[in-house]
Ligand binder design. Structure first.
Ligand code: PRP
Length: 181
């Protein structure tokens, strides 16, 4: 489990809600009159996904993927294993991938390469958080709510050992507790 005594708020629920509204407005402008397949990456993206799609104006269909990275954090090959694939063909579709966080970028770079081979009309990325200082490969999300510093973050779908995903704000682990989680 995770105790909030070891955490501080980085982004409040209110600020996140406001920013998701701005990003949704941008997506509505860019895809006006089109239909969009919105692909959520489980599990972390689930709450951001739900907040975002409710604000989209165009015709939208849902789909989801579950990805696991090979290797561990310090020795990642960068390959991704698809544990749950899309139910939908994306040939000729406008596809928006929705993620909770871009960290090293390895997951999204590989996922983008895999999905590109399936010939979508367009393929873009929308992320709730971006940690550009951690990037190991060149990838830029097309839409991003907040760039954040290199901190361990929990809440709005992000977890510590599967705990804390339901927290309404984005919290970070206070530095003095980082080794005691
Ligand atoms: C997280 C996050 C991204 C990935 C980002 O998923 O949701 O998919 O890591 O990291 P990267 O940019 O370094 O590749 P995680 O594997 O923790 O699964 P989860 O969504 O189920 O929490």
């Amino acid at each position: 489990m995770i105790s909030k005594e070891k955490l501080n708020i980085l982004i409040s629920e209110e600020d996140m809600k406001k920013r998701i509204g701005e990003v949704a407005a941008q997506i509505n402008r860019d895809y006006a009159g089109k239909n969009l397949l919105v692909v959520g990456i489980l599990k972390g993206a689930i709450l951001f996904y739900a907040d975002l799609v409710r604000l989209l104006d165009m015709d939208v269909q849902f789909d989801f993927m579950t990805i696991s990275s090979y290797g561990n954090a310090t020795d990642s090959t960068g390959e991704v294993k698809i544990r749950k694939d899309l139910d939908t063909s994306i040939v000729g579709r406008d596809v928006l991938i929705v993620e909770d966080i871009v960290d090293t970028g390895l997951t999204l770079k590989n996922l983008k390469e895999v999905l590109s081979t399936r010939k979508p009309a367009s393929l873009k990325i929308c992320t709730m958080l971006d940690k550009p200082s951690r990037r190991r490969v060149e990838i830029r999300p097309d839409y991003c709510c907040f760039e954040i510093p290199d901190r361990f973050v929990i809440g709005c779908g992000l977890d510590y050992a599967q705990w804390g995903r339901q927290f309404k704000d984005i919290w970070y682990v206070r530095p003095e507790f980082i080794d005691t989680l």
